[in-house]
Design a protein. Structure first.
Lengths: 81, 470
């Protein structure tokens, strides 16, 4: 598992009071999210951070959404062997 | 008759990691620091446990047992959030939820449900029509309904010798519902083992009997059958020391404990523990489930830190102590408390230690005061060996006193602390911090001088200073 911490662009849906990331672009490549495995949240001061542990057909990614500045970041990633 | 659940998440931290990352599933996962660092196993997956890896084992030992183990750093934010969701789910069934640890809880469901129709949590029930609810109930849990409308137990539960009493059926139904909701809302990897019994101790024994994803019912009157198959230390509350003392009395089983006079147990262990051992040997335990809203007030706050490398350097120890004092002070102030007592502890490289405590003439809440009180004694004590761990805490808590005279130095320090707390509340912990956390030399110089000298090295921005002076 590699720490990344890079800003990314994310396509997400907002439904039933849930954020659902659908795809993201990292290093000029689009990744389609097949499964959201876990969502958890944590506070940073007064702001809430949402963490999405997701996977496509082969890889694992951990995305972070900062409600304070409405930004997305790729925190870590792992490719299947 | 009480009905108590003990719910124990299976390999909790490791399961959360495997839930997050499918690439870890089915593999020996160890949550902890990397081997070669001063770290221990916080949790091991089911696959890793097969190699003999256990919680609290040094990670280098875990690597030796399983060279193919995957070491994952802990993600405490995830574990805490999943724990919060777990408690929310429990509270849909009962208000009497006692959090035993981050991955265990007791639930008292006695009297929560009198009839099968009411077992579906109100938040999730989509139909109020009784006939539709029974249909949902049956379809969801595959429990047969007889022609009279009384649920029949599945074969597996009939083999436990249970009757078709409504309480047993409802308890099982609730347990299955909890498991089902966990799968749907937490994740398919996050399983739990549930023990159901008439008291907490037996419920906890029950949950330990089958892992993972177990469900064990200990019916009233059957407790001694389960106890007689258990080891003494299988019961929560009997650890190695009590076990050794019991063996010294010739007691190696619960049947022997039952035969031993209660007066003898009281003479050996004291009135409280001796009586408890006597009662538990019969499977009796009247300890209440203490709900979250009934918890006693916190009596102390403390924080400790194991250094990456043992050291005798007072600058390093002082810097660590200052940071720990900041954390303790923040926690205490968040509860609007002050402390009359400061205590501290140093552990040396050979795991011996030294410590002390100081009673304060006035209650304190400022982190710098906590640091000063601990450091004054700590620095003067002999350090015969390099230090491995630093710990500080406060006790004898009182409500925070009113603000002092507006123009006193103490009051200015109070306002500064309040301003720092406010900035950290908004932007996150340690957004602003005292300059002496960065500068061990400043700490050393300040602390070796008299107490009256102010530790003025506060690295806050001009905006904070202006806020204080207003």
């Amino acid at each position: 598992m590699s720490p990344i911490y890079e800003s990314i662009q994310v396509l997400a849906s907002f439904k039933d009071r849930l954020i659902n990331p659908l795809a993201f672009v990292w290093n000029n490549r689009k990744y389609v999210i097949r499964k959201v495995n876990l969502i958890h949240r944590a506070r940073k001061g007064r702001d809430m951070l949402y963490f999405f542990s997701v996977s496509d057909d082969a890889n694992y990614f951990k995305l972070r959404f900062d409600t304070g500045d409405m930004s997305w970041e790729l925190e870590e990633a792992e490719a299947a062997a | 008759m009480r009905c108590i659940f003990h719910v124990d998440m299976n390999s909790f931290f490791a399961s959360v990691e495997q839930q997050k990352n499918p690439l870890l599933r089915g593999k020996p996962v160890v949550v902890g620091g990397a081997p070669g660092t001063r770290s221990i196993v916080a949790a091991a997956s089911r696959e890793a446990k097969k190699f003999g890896i256990k919680t609290a084992m040094p990670t280098h030992e875990a690597l030796r047992l399983c060279p193919s183990a995957i070491f994952v750093p802990p993600d405490f934010e995830a574990y805490v959030d999943v724990h919060r969701k777990m408690v929310d789910i429990f509270q849909r069934f009962t208000d009497a939820v006692e959090v035993f640890s981050i991955d265990e809880a007791f639930l008292e469901v006695s009297g929560s449900f009198a009839h099968a129709d009411t077992v579906i949590p109100s938040e999730r029930s989509e139909s109020r029509d009784p006939s539709r609810k029974r249909e949902e109930f049956v379809n969801t849990f595959s429990i047969l309904v007889s022609s009279k409308g009384v649920p029949r137990l599945p074969r597996s539960t009939r083999s436990l010798g249970m009757t078709s009493g409504e309480n047993e059926i409802n308890a099982l139904t609730i347990a299955h519902q909890i498991k089902s909701i966990f799968r749907a809302e937490l994740g398919e990897i996050l399983t739990c083992s549930i023990g159901i019994a008439a008291n907490k101790t037996m419920a906890k024994l029950g949950s330990d009997l089958k892992k993972p994803d177990g469900l064990t019912v200990i019916l009233p009157g059957k407790e001694t059958e389960f106890l007689d198959r258990a080891q003494l230390q299988d019961i929560c509350g009997i650890g190695p020391r009590v076990d050794k003392r019991l063996r010294g009395l010739g007691i190696t089983s619960f049947s022997q404990m039952r035969a031993y006079p209660e007066a003898g147990l009281i003479a050996a262990f004291g009135p409280h523990l001796g009586h408890w051992l006597h009662e538990i040997s019969f499977g009796r335990d009247d300890a209440p489930v203490v709900p979250l809203y009934d918890l006693p007030e916190q009596k102390s706050f403390s924080k400790q830190h194991t250094l990456a490398k043992n050291t005798r350097d007072p600058r390093v120890v002082a810097a660590v102590l200052m940071k720990l004092s900041e954390i303790v002070g923040r926690k205490m102030r968040a509860e609007d408390k002050s402390a009359r007592q400061v205590f501290w502890w140093l552990r040396f490289g050979d795991f011996s230690g030294t410590g002390g405590h100081r009673r304060m003439p006035q209650p304190l809440s400022d982190s710098t005061d906590i640091f000063r009180a601990a450091w004054t004694d700590m620095y003067r004590k002999e350090w015969p060996r390099p230090i491995r761990l630093v710990s500080v805490g406060v006790a004898d808590l009182v409500r925070a006193p009113l603000q002092l005279n507006l123009f006193s130095d103490k009051a200015r320090q109070q306002r500064l602390t309040a301003a720092m707390d406010k900035v950290n509340d908004i932007y996150g912990e340690f957004t602003v911090r005292r300059g002496n956390i960065f500068d061990p030399d400043a700490i050393l110089e300040a602390s070796t001088n008299a107490m009256a000298r102010r530790t003025a090295a506060v690295a806050v921005g001009k905006q904070v200073s202006r806020a204080v002076d207003k």
